[in-house]
Design a protein around this ligand. Structure first.
Ligand SMILES: [Zn+2]
Ligand SMILES: [Zn+2]
Length: 559
């Protein structure tokens, strides 16, 4: 890493994205002004195909650790995992108050309980303004695919930073609270220094449809079907779940809920009043046996084909309570997140094989996105009239498209910054520039209980193991003479099936024996040198014979 000896210039606002740029996930942004820091969101991302065995991915907190005393608080825009998922890991390192609306904080609270943690959670409402040091944060109602989402208008000593959070413009949201456009216009009139806006759908023309259109499509399915209906959706999409329950009630069906996160979020949402379920509607998933197919709907997790989710288990015939049978109607009410298409189509195929009818986004209007398309983004730009613009929440192509959109609205390209995670945008009331600092922002990998202990080297090994398997060479060696007392033996996993390749294994043994012999003749007694000799000889032999490169692990025992 570069060391930067230049003194930070005082009285500037530093905007530092730790995550969320060139990726959809682990959103986290720092606003830093002299001795104070405000954090917006604290999310996780999910591992990509190359991250073998990794459960989740966190932002890098190391810059924050160095500046822990400066942090005034975290403000949460809404309750999706890519905005709140890293909070438990954050709170293991920092004692910092968290601000957000009721639903996201309820979800955070559940997570903290699972981790055995307590946090200083402060509920705010849309319309509230809170003061955190030099930052005055106003929460503004917005619409998204989860209830209780807000935009943030943050007054800083150098000007207003407006962060949209995730949003789409829904004029007819199910909870009846559209975006406060009057307030956006007022804020725009007073002057916005920097706009940071959601870019997820910046490559899509037009408008995102209202959540209500999904309601209509669902209603048609419920009206026409006499089958058992199984619907997979995001557990956090409380509005969608409400729509399903409304239709169930209307068409005389009981509702069973499957999947841990679906059960958790449904319970929390009912408790907080976001989800309204008439008494007698819900049935335990383990007690659905006697209910006629036409009177049952099962709401489940797994709309992204997640391997351990309830829907995947149903598709694999591994679900305890639900066996997919001929005639079942399965609905995947979400679009695959980029990268998940393959796992989703696997699940769809297996459901078809079991005789189910499957409806997914390719063939019906059963999902709408939670993110703004071009025309909606334009409205935000026009209302807020920012001096500077940073597109956020998107892969590079999304950020690029959003920047082009702003240019089309007559913004000067020098006032638009496509940042990378770890960049520092330094701002005064009439200037903005990217410094040459690089704040650490590499993905921090979580595997089981280990946080950050799996790095590039471990990942490389896992990749090699997954591609070509493992060969272990075991030998007992007399330390004093360097003589092989027993072995060498060869054990392999995931390389070739030993019983059908006895000749190859036998030859490999001979190669190892020869390498050890040579070490003894040359009086090499240092074990690491001997191990390298064995590894090199065996690697060359195996590659020549099979064109494969398994991981080779020599283990010597002293006798
Ligand atoms: Zn998001
Ligand atoms: Zn979101």
């Amino acid at each position: 890493m570069k060391t930067n000896f230049k003194k930070k210039s005082g009285n500037t606002l530093r905007v530092i994205p730790l995550g969320g740029l060139n990726e959809i996930g682990k959103n986290m942004t720092i606003l830093e002004y002299n001795d104070e820091m405000l954090i917006i969101d604290c999310g996780i991302s999910f591992p990509d195909d190359e991250m073998y065995g990794i459960d989740i991915v966190l932002p890098d907190f190391s810059y924050l650790k160095k500046n822990a005393a400066k942090i005034r608080g975290i403000v949460i825009t809404h309750g999706h995992e890519d905005h709140i998922g890293a909070i438990p890991y954050f709170l293991k390192n920092f004692d910092v108050p968290i601000y957000g609306t009721r639903l996201p904080l309820g979800l955070v609270n559940n997570k903290l309980k699972e981790h055995g943690l307590k946090g200083k959670l402060n509920v705010i409402k849309a319309g509230d303004t809170i003061k955190l040091g030099n930052f005055k944060v106003e929460a503004i109602r917005t619409t998204h695919s989860i209830a209780d989402a807000i935009c943030l208008s943050i007054e800083t000593p150098v000007g207003v930073v407006f962060h949209t959070g995730d949003f789409k413009i829904d004029y007819t949201p199910l909870d009846g609270e559209p975006i406060d456009f009057h307030r956006l216009a007022e804020i725009g009139n007073k002057g916005v220094l920097l706009l940071m806006a959601d870019s997820t759908n910046a490559t899509r023309p037009g408008f995102t449809a209202s959540e209500r259109t999904v309601g209509r499509a669902l209603e048609n399915i419920f009206r026409d079907s006499k089958s058992r209906i199984i619907i997979a959706t995001f557990s956090s999409n409380v509005h969608r779940v409400q729509r399903i329950i409304d239709n169930a009630v209307k068409f005389d069906r009981k509702v069973a809920i499957s999947g841990r996160s679906m059960v958790n979020v449904a319970n929390l949402s009912m408790e907080l009043g976001y989800l309204k379920v008439p008494a007698g509607t819900l049935v335990d998933i383990n007690k659905i046996k006697g209910i006629p197919d036409k009177n049952l709907v099962i709401i489940t997790t797994g709309s992204q084909g997640e391997p351990m989710s309830a829907l995947s288990r149903m598709a694999a015939a591994e679900h305890k309570a639900v066996q997919i049978k001929k005639g079942d109607m399965v609905i995947l009410s979400s679009s695959p997140i980029p990268g998940n298409e393959k796992t989703v189509s696997n699940v769809v195929n297996r459901l078809y094989e079991k005789g189910a009818e499957v409806i997914y986004s390719d063939i019906a209007d059963i999902h709408v996105s939670g993110h703004a398309c071009e025309e909606e983004l334009k409205l935000f730009h026009v209302l807020l009239k920012p001096k500077y613009f940073v597109p956020v929440h998107g892969e590079y192509r999304h950020l690029r498209a959003h920047a082009a959109l702003a240019e089309n609205l007559r913004m000067d390209s020098k006032d638009i910054f496509i940042l990378k995670n770890g960049n520092v945008l330094e701002m005064t009331p009439n200037s903005a520039k990217v410094t040459n600092e690089e704040i650490p922002s590499s993905p921090v990998l979580v595997d089981g209980l280990g946080v950050g202990d799996v790095g590039n080297i471990v990942l490389r090994d896992r990749k090699l193991l997954s591609e070509s398997g493992l060969i272990i060479v075991v030998a007992a060696i007399d330390r004093a003479s360097g003589e092989v007392a027993s072995g060498p033996d060869i054990i392999s996993r995931g390389f070739v099936y030993v019983r059908e390749n006895e000749d190859l294994i036998e030859e490999a043994r001979a190669v190892v024996a020869k390498a050890l012999d040579k070490c003894m003749r040359e009086n090499v007694k240092e074990w690491n040198t001997m191990k390298s000799a064995v590894r090199d000889a065996l690697r060359n032999f195996i590659y020549e014979k099979t064109k494969r490169s398994p991981v080779i692990l020599p283990i010597f025992m002293e006798v």
